[in-house]
Ligand binder design. Structure first.
Ligand code: S3P
Length: 167
């Protein structure tokens, strides 16, 4: 089981926080998007174009199932992965940290990113709203990703992990 699993919408800072935290912990940082791209042999944007979102979600869920068995790791999950029921089940018992970003701040951070195919989607805000419930429901700890820097979140999370165990 990973030390911590980072969840939150696109642009919440999961990868930056995860990288910093893993470095402090001497753990491995794993980004589910990177693993999915490795498995597909193409970028996420290309996979959406060639095979569609449903296929991407299937590979994403399978990849995450495997990642959630990895020891001594900090794992960041793609922002849409919690829409999968199977993935939610696997998060039971994991130490889930939620990086809570507002829709406006997320958009300001990710607009124009060519490797995030959903940025152009018209119903992105309704996806955001739909996901909020799952993020907070599964979170053991939540951080305000609008106000806090990734450095501050990583430091606070490290403190909480150390408090709760002998890390
Ligand atoms: C997605 C988020 C992305 C990536 C894909 C779809 C989403 O990950 O998995 O573009 O549905 O919100 P990040 O949250 O790491 O950007």
């Amino acid at each position: 089981m990973p030390i911590v699993v980072l969840v939150g919408f696109m642009g919440s800072g999961k990868s930056s926080v995860g990288r910093k935290l893993a470095r402090s912990l001497g753990a491995t940082f794993i980004d589910s998007d990177v693993k999915v791209e490795e498995r597909l042999g193409m970028t996420i944007a290309a996979a959406f174009r060639q095979f569609g979102e449903m296929y991407f979600r299937k590979i994403e869920a399978e990849t995450i199932e495997h990642l959630l068995t990895t020891e001594n790791a900090v794992v960041a999950l793609g922002g849409g992965s919690l829409e999968d029921e199977g993935t939610l089940e696997l998060l039971r018992g994991q130490f889930v940290a939620y990086l809570d970003v507002s829709y406006g701040v997320s958009m300001a951070r990710i607009k124009g990113d060519p490797n995030r195919p959903l940025v152009q989607s018209e119903e992105l805000e309704s996806r955001y709203l739909r996901r909020l419930g799952s993020y907070s429901k599964w979170a053991k700890v939540t951080f305000d990703a609008d106000r806090l820097t990734t450095e501050q979140i990583a430091t606070a999370l490290l403190g909480q992990l150390r408090e709760g165990s002998d890390l």
